[in-house]
Structure formats: C-alpha cells, structure tokens
Ligand binder design. Structure first.
Ligand SMILES: [Zn+2]
Length: 289
C-alpha cells in the first residue's frame, strides 16, 4: 500500500496531526501523531500541528500545552506555528452561507430522541418553514449516490457508502458550535493539506467530509486511515474511555510500542535515543496492514 516518496517534497506534501484539547496525549493519539509524522517525513513533506478546539465545553484546561510538550518529548516537532481551529470561524461561516444559498442546508429542530436510526433528521424539518430566530441546528443534505468510494492509502479501495448512507448530517449544532465534520472538511482540504493520515475510527467521517468538500468546491486531500489502538474490550483507546496519559519520561519505549502497533520494523537495539529511533522509522516507513 506504500507509494513512492521519491517524487514528493515540501510543496507537494503537507500533512498534519490534529488533536482535540480534551486531555493529555495518550498511546492511541501518539500512534496517529507518529504515523502522520513519519509519512510526512518519508515524503520530505511538511508536518503541522493543528489544535481542533471548536468544542469549548469538552476542552480541558492545559491540555494544548500538555499535548505540545508530549509531542516534543517524543521528537515529533512540527513546522511553523501551531494552528487553531477556533481562529477559523469566519471560514466556517462563509462556507455555511454558501451551502445555505445553494440550497444544501436546512434548519432542524430535532432533539436527539427525534432523530432516525442513522442520526438524521427524523421530523421532515426541511419541509417546514423554520425561522432563523428559532433555536435550531443546521444540517446538510446528502445526495447519497454521491458518497463515493475513494482510494485509501492504507486500507485500499473503499466502496461507496450506499447502504448505510445518511440523508443528512449536522454542520452547525443547536448550541451554535460548528460541527467536527464541517471544520475538518474545510481545514483538511487542499491546498492547506495534501495528505491526511489518521485513525481508522474516522473512516466513515471521511465520506461526509469529502461530500462537504465537493459541495464547497474544495479539492479533497489523499486519506490514509491507520489501525487504532483498542483496549481489552475492543473499545478505541481514547481520553473518553479513560486512557492514561503517556509517560513522557520514557519516549523511546513509547515510540517502539507505537512502531510495533503500526507493523513497522523494530529499530535495532543500538538505536537508543529518540532521534535515532525516528530516523530508523522514517527510513523504513511503509504503510502496511
Ligand atoms: Zn429535524
């Protein structure tokens, strides 16, 4: 599933790691950070850090700082300034305006209990004349035949999402916050980023984000969804499921564990320090299942 890094450089490869500031870095997020870092480095590309801070109620004070410190401790140093999604509201608003004027958005009054099994509007809100003054969420309509398959650099060809396709999804929440799908679709598109490497738990989101990119006339980046870490019960290792923070006093051990999870060759035992481990991992980086 690997592609040749020979013809890429920092102009043609821009990747990123985009954590939410909802807690410290844990082993699961280090896997995503390391995979995106190594892929960018192998392609002589740029690797940036974006803090996806569009959900203040879920934010945990001090986590952005804790995340950046943990990345540095593991040798994962990004190019340029740290980007923050909270600085992009004007882009999101203008995208919503465009979607509304092209007829793809509608106002929805549904509470969680009113949604259908797919999480879509369950009360035909788009046929009601809901005024802008009534508290509502904004949903984008989906032309289900347009949830096209795509080629994933890690997982291979992905089929269209026809069977379980949603007929709509939220792009702005009732509480006024921008939805993850909207912000990620806009911020991950070309030319800002060319290659997205992230956890396979986001595979289905990619269909929605590619749909939004299509509607907004944005060019989709290439996607690679790597295997995520799960706990013994098979649940995604995440801050929400209580994954412990990484011990940044043992970065070499943590990196070796992540490389093993990513099915990469183990750095030789003579590679004792972080830079040596990362150099070895970059040289041998190969997307494989
Ligand atoms: Zn509704």
């Amino acid at each position: 599933m690997n592609d040749s890094p020979a013809d890429t450089d920092s102009n043609s490869y821009r990747g990123r790691f985009a954590p939410s500031p909802t807690g410290p870095l844990h082993a699961g997020s280090l896997v995503a950070a390391l995979a995106s870092f190594l892929d960018a480095r192998r392609h002589h590309g740029q690797w940036q850090l974006r803090i996806d801070d569009i959900d203040p109620p879920r934010a945990v004070a001090g986590s952005s700082d804790a995340i950046t410190k943990a990345l540095v401790a593991h040798g994962l140093v990004w190019s340029g300034p740290v980007l923050y999604q909270s600085h992009s509201s004007s882009h999101y608003d203008s995208a919503l305006d465009r979607l509304m004027s092209s007829g793809w958005l509608f106002r929805c009054l549904c509470t969680r209990a009113m949604l259908d099994d797919n999480g879509c509007c369950g009360q035909h809100c788009q046929e009601k004349n809901i005024s802008a003054g009534t508290p509502h969420s904004l949903r984008v309509k989906v032309a289900s035949e347009r949830l096209e398959g795509f080629s994933d650099r890690f997982l291979g060809e992905q089929p269209p999402l026809a069977e379980t396709a949603p007929k709509d999804f939220i792009v702005k929440r009732r509480d006024g916050l921008y939805a993850y799908q909207l912000a990620a679709a806009i911020d991950d598109a070309k030319p800002s980023f060319t290659h997205i490497v992230r956890g396979a738990d986001l595979l289905e989101s990619t269909y929605r984000q590619r749909w939004l990119q299509h509607l907004l006339g944005l060019e989709s980046p290439s996607y690679a969804h790597v295997t995520i870490l799960v706990d013994e019960a098979g649940n995604k290792l995440s801050k929400q499921t209580g994954a412990p923070p990484l011990d940044s006093r043992q970065p070499e051990h943590n990196l070796r564990q992540c490389l093993q999870h990513l099915a990469q060759p183990a750095p030789s035992s003579s590679a004792r320090r972080v830079p040596e481990i990362l150099d070895h991992a970059t040289e041998h980086w190969c997307m494989r299942r």
